[in-house]
Design a protein around this ligand. Structure first.
Ligand code: ATP
Ligand code: MG
Length: 403
């Protein structure tokens, strides 16, 4: 389909069907009242209300023209995109994964029979979909990331897969030290890599079973996350505690526990070291991230220590790790700000041109992230994301401001 760009406005736009060549006028009103309720199985008043409140928004950039679910509406997840292409393609948002605090009790009451345990990789969530013969990368909120769209296709060849399965969506994690969202080192990944954890249907978001997913990934030579194994519900808790201890000691995040048929939504469980790493990150920027990160990580640590039945010595080590991950980064930041620096996070990304870096920054601005380019040379850019509240508040307190 070719969208006649000059006619596009948030309320009405035209598109030309590539099959019949006819030009059609789409009005958002009509879509919300007629087509979308049927496609999504949501009442039209709910969609109308969401559109009025800005939870459902018109979205357009050089890749797509779409409606974006900024917030969840009825059972439709935030991050869902209704894309206007040769037909309407719906890419469902990636669902939230709930967390277990007590493995033994939670797994028994939540799953049935067996569970598949996969590694949880620490990067950022990406959905890859095929639209208008192009492979597009959506980040969690549904935004099309220009950097990810380019890099994911360089890292893996999805063409054959999407030619055979245009109505499936590849869900995975972009990983490595040179990614501009979540930089984390994995020896097998290095600078940039991708691991696939789910294959889902467009429109319904329904995931394939673990077996079918891994069969297809193997067939098309695509990179899966590690599957540690299938365990009975009685074996799983002990096995997972052992696995997660090991993963943590190797600087890795944890596991996602899945129903092999994927009929029951997965659960996640993470290592103490992952909690500490997140606290270190949050308390580098205490007034931007500290509060929202803090409580939940401490709670996870409490239950994990209890379920692991730790010795006094093991618990002391955990307490020390927890305390250090809060205090050390904060004091470091206070020192830096005293030395007239700003609170910022430097990330490295590969880019073929300055224009590519600029486009990425414009994209971040759209997400409300303030970032600047510190340098660009030899195909690499260093960008700094600013954490303004931390800089301002710490400066204020350093000058005697009251808390
Ligand atoms: P939520 O999913 O609850 O919104 P979040 O955005 O804070 O949480 P995480 O705590 O990192 O994210 O946990 C969920 C995310 O883990 C998924 O969205 C996905 O990106 C990532 N992930 C990594 N490995 C896997 C895996 N094997 N299976 C499913 N998700 C995985
Ligand atoms: Mg994550």
């Amino acid at each position: 389909m070719n969208i006649k760009r000059e006619k596009i406005s948030p309320d009405n736009f035209f598109f030309q069907c590539s099959n019949c060549g006819n030009s059609q006028k789409i009005s958002i009103n009509n879509l919300i009242i007629k087509e979308l309720p049927l496609l999504l199985d949501v009442d039209s008043p709910k969609l109308e209300e969401a559109y009025k409140r800005g939870h459902l928004k018109f979205y357009q950039n050089r890749f797509i023209t779409a409606l974006q679910f900024r917030k969840s509406v009825a059972k439709i997840e935030a991050g869902t995109m209704v894309c206007f292409s040769n037909k309407i393609h719906i890419i469902r948002g990636f669902p939230k994964i709930r967390r277990t605090l007590m493995l033994k009790e939670a797994l028994e009451s939540y799953f049935q029979g067996e569970v598949a345990v996969e590694e949880k990789m620490n990067g950022y969530n990406v959905r890859m979909a095929f639209l208008d013969n192009k492979i597009i990368a959506f980040t969690r909120g549904g935004y099309v990331c220009p950097y990810t769209t380019k890099k994911a296709s360089e890292i893996m060849d999805l063409t054959d897969f999407f030619c055979d399965y245009p109505d499936l969506v590849i869900c995975g994690e972009m990983l490595g030290t040179e990614n501009p969202y979540v930089a984390h080192y994995y020896p097998e990944i290095g600078k940039l890599g991708f691991r696939i954890f789910d294959i889902r249907e467009k429109i319904t978001g329904k995931p394939l079973s673990i077996k079918k997913k891994n069969y297809l990934l193997k067939k098309y030579n695509l990179p899966p996350v590690r599957l540690f194994g299938l365990y009975t519900l009685s074996d799983a808790p002990v096995k997972i505690l052992e696995l997660v201890k090991n993963l943590g000691e190797n600087g890795r995040e944890g596991v996602v526990i899945k129903d092999p048929c994927m009929k029951i939504p997965p659960l996640k469980y993470t290592s103490s070291q992952a909690h500490a790493d997140e606290l270190i990150y949050a308390f580098k920027f205490p007034f931007d991230l500290g509060q929202s990160f803090f409580f939940s990580r401490v709670i996870r640590e409490g239950f994990q220590s209890f379920e692991m039945n730790e010795s006094t010595d093991e618990m002391r080590k955990r307490a020390q790790r927890l305390g250090e991950s809060i205090l050390y980064p904060m004091v470091e930041t206070i020192k830096n700000i005293r030395a007239n620096q700003v609170a910022g996070e430097d990330l490295v990304m590969e880019a073929d041109s300055q224009e590519e870096v600029e486009e990425f920054l414009r994209y971040l601005r759209e997400l409300g992230v303030v970032a600047v380019v510190l340098k660009y040379e030899n195909g690499k850019a260093v960008i700094r994301k600013m954490h303004q509240s931390t800089t301002d508040k710490i400066n204020n307190f350093l000058n005697g401001g009251l808390y």
